[in-house]
Design a protein around this ligand. Structure first.
Ligand code: HEC
Length: 265
């Protein structure tokens, strides 16, 4: 492999000004790439209305998710233990109906109104500043309808519109591929071992392929959301590290030229 690469042009044999120009170009390229990564993070992190960028956000964006209501889950799992069965069933029926806000304090329901059951069976612990329940009252209060509503509703996150995915592919596939092509070629002209730059280039190339095809495949199978994330990660690492290696190569003096390249420095 090293004999084949011996004929390659070397960045270190470029003139000073060309090297300075390349350093700033690479910084711009990689810097722009990092900024667009941060933008993507903003764009997706609130898809599931829970903080931070989670797998659910990605699955939501490309496949869609329905996350069940935490309140319903908790009741079905048997919490709290001493809740009488009829009350539990009344709350479950209410949450599974489409009248969550209408029936919350529906007077016609009398003692079976959800607000009544909650007041009697839950607020000992689930009220702000409650003495019982290890502070759960501050973390998950159930005093007001707003409190209850935030955990009562099952969320459906619809996947992105197909046209948007197409538009995004149209913008990103060529530009990201070009970024990587440039970095792979430039890094092959550095002094770093070909195994290292080769492995980074391969990881980036395979990464971008699965990142972008994953955005389409995830529509039918949520599993591919992992390819989007894994591929995107491999691509980012590759872009960052290749850019770094190239810039360092350009900064280092050219004196170390091997005998097989013109020793013009
Ligand atoms: C004796 C105190 C107590 C009572 C009464 C009680 N809870 Fe809780 N609840 C807790 C504690 C402590 C936790 C946190 C630990 C756990 O999940 O068991 C909790 C957790 C929860 C959670 C999960 C919150 C989350 O984000 O994971 C929900 C929902 C919940 N309770 C609803 C209710 C409802 C509805 C009632 C009344 C029908 C009720 N609780 C009655 C103490 C109580």
């Amino acid at each position: 492999m090293s004999t084949q690469r011996a004929n390659w042009p070397r960045l270190r044999s470029l003139g000073l000004l060309s090297r300075i120009g390349l350093i700033f170009l690479i910084l711009t390229l990689v810097g722009g790439y990092i900024i667009s990564g941060i933008y993507l993070q903003w764009e997706y992190e609130n898809r599931d209305e829970r903080e931070g960028l989670t797998m659910t956000d990605i699955v939501g964006a490309y496949h869609g998710v329905s996350s069940p209501s935490p309140l319903l889950e908790s009741l079905k799992s048997g919490h709290p233990e001493d809740l009488p069965d009829p009350d539990r069933q009344a709350l479950i029926d209410w949450l599974e109906s489409d009248r969550v806000s209408d029936d919350y304090d529906n007077l016609d329901l009398g003692d079976a109104a959800p607000s009544e059951i909650i007041a009697v069976s839950c607020l000992d612990c689930h009220t702000r500043g409650a003495e019982m329940g290890d502070g759960i009252g501050d973390r998950v209060p159930l005093d007001y309808f707003d409190d209850v509503q935030s955990i009562a509703i099952s969320r459906e996150v619809m996947p992105k519109n197909l046209k948007i995915v197409a538009l995004s592919t149209h913008v990103h596939a060529p530009s990201l591929a070009m970024v990587l092509i440039v970095l792979v070629l430039l890094s092959a002209m550095t002094r770093w071992p070909s195994v290292l730059v080769g492995a980074l280039g391969a990881a980036g190339g395979i990464g971008i392929f699965f990142d972008i095809s994953g955005q389409w495949l995830a529509r039918t199978d949520a599993f591919w959301a992992y390819a989007i994330v894994g591929g995107g990660f491999a691509m980012s690492m590759s872009v960052g590290l290749l850019g770094f290696l190239i810039v360092v190569d350009l900064l280092l003096p050219g004196a170390k030229a091997k005998p097989d390249t013109e020793a013009n420095s």
